[in-house]
Design a protein around this ligand. Structure first.
Ligand code: CA
Length: 425
């Protein structure tokens, strides 16, 4: 089915600024609550939130096989479970409804009042009920940097890294939407020199991790696996993802089983899921992989995406300082490879599961995706615009992440993924 929603020449009768992340070619999906406390599934064009539940009730999706209450829910899981054909039909229809040449809704003020809200009149909620969350470790630069810092620069990459999209199972209970404050976590840390017992207290080395994450639909039953050719069929879309990390807690606990409480205190996602369909024009060549991965992980189709990523730190009451610029295309393992590998043992993946990319670091020092790497574990502090220095994240700092794609014709973005660190309690 053609993705007519992606037509770069299409214009909307809703006003969209040139620099907006949300032109009519984006049509992301999210969940919001209105001033009248109504929770609904929605989309966004420019600075307007669109109530898809109201659109459906008023008959604008006639002809598309959808249950009556599909958008009158507090998460997108059931809609995502409907599969790619339905996602495309709905996205194409929304594009038609808001096309500048279509007067049906444009010229119906009573319907418009029920369907369209200013974005500052609604509050964004988590878009999905995340059943299972996995975080990968898929940027070679990041794995090399962290291996050098935590272990040994000469053997920074462990022997399995070039063969397996390495990942671990995380906690979904602490995944929060952009704008939610985060309390600095307590935890155990390595014993200081001369002491036999570990330290305990608020983390002193609180960090962000610049990531993207993809949301899946149900892909396989227990005992079955999926092929790399079909893997993308099961990817609904992407969000930006800040995998907050307490480096001092992490360093003490991670051997031998990997990340635990140093990661699970909070993870922030941007609230609009940008569909894989909307990102179609921004595919780029896969990274060169050497040695060649095993046959079940080999694919020719372009599975990397050119998504510009940015991180800024904003101290309380001050201007923000941009501290990193990276790109999603730096990932060594593609999403298709990650999802294929995830199911190779027959473990089911469900609608609403979330897979983090792992920190995305580029080849240059200003493209690293964490403070751990940017300051080289505090050896080279960053000076912010207000003159203060940061080795890691201070109390009352807000970390702002942004992600967007751009070509000659359109810009597709994710909005912001922000979180403020509150002092430990
Ligand atoms: Ca991570």
């Amino acid at each position: 089915m053609k993705i007519t929603a992606n037509n770069p020449n299409r214009k909307s009768w809703l006003k969209v600024n040139d620099c907006s992340d949300f032109p009519i070619q984006n049509i992301p999906f999210g969940v919001f609550i209105t001033k009248d406390d109504i929770i609904t599934i929605g989309s966004r064009i420019g600075d307007y939130a669109i109530d898809l539940g109201a659109l459906h009730q008023l008959g604008y999706f006639n002809g598309i096989p959808l249950t009556d209450d599909i958008f009158l829910q507090d998460n997108l899981n059931d809609f995502i479970a409907d599969g790619r054909k339905t996602w495309r039909l709905v996205r194409n229809r929304i594009a038609d409804i808001f096309d500048v040449t279509n007067g049906t809704l444009r010229d119906n003020p009573i319907h418009k009042e029920k369907i369209i809200f200013r974005i500052d009149e609604v509050e964004m909620l988590l878009p999905v009920s995340i059943g299972d969350y996995t975080d990968f470790y898929a940027s070679k630069e990041h794995a090399t940097n962290v291996g050098s810092l935590f272990r040994d620069p000469k053997n920074a990459l462990l022997p399995n890294w070039l063969h397996i999209p390495i990942g671990y199972h995380g906690r979904s209970s602490s995944i929060i939407p952009s704008g939610t404050n985060i309390r600095r976590p307590y935890g155990q840390t390595k014993p200081v020199e001369g002491s036999k017992s570990p330290g305990f207290g608020p983390s002193k080395l609180l960090d962000f991790e610049l990531e993207m994450a993809f949301i899946t639909t149900a892909s396989n039953n227990l005992g079955e696996r999926i092929s790399i050719e079909e893997a993308e069929e099961y990817i609904f879309g992407l969000v930006q993802f800040n995998d907050w990390s307490a480096r001092d807690i992490q360093a003490w606990e991670y051997v031998p089983l990997g990340p635990f409480l140093g990661k699970s205190f909070a993870s922030t996602i941007s609230p609009w899921i940008v569909t894989l369909d909307a990102l179609e024009p921004f595919r780029v060549d896969n990274p060169k992989q050497s040695p060649e991965p095993l046959p079940y992980l080999q694919h020719d189709k372009k599975g990397s995406f050119d998504i510009h990523l940015q991180v800024a730190i904003q101290p309380d009451g001050e201007k923000e300082t941009i501290v990193a610029n990276s790109n999603f295309k730096y990932m060594y393992w593609t999403m298709a490879q990650q999802l294929t590998h995830h199911t190779v043992n027959g473990c089911p993946v469900n609608a609403g599961d979330m897979m983090g990319s792992g920190t995305i670091s580029g080849p240059t020092k200003d493209s690293f995706g964490s403070m751990l790497e940017l300051t080289w574990r505090g050896q080279h502090p960053i000076t912010l615009l207000d003159g203060t220095e940061r080795k890691f994240i201070n109390d009352n700092d807000t970390v702002i992440m942004r992600a967007h794609c751009k070509n000659d014709q359109i810009r597709i973005g994710f909005g912001e993924c922000t979180g403020k660190i509150l002092p430990a309690k």
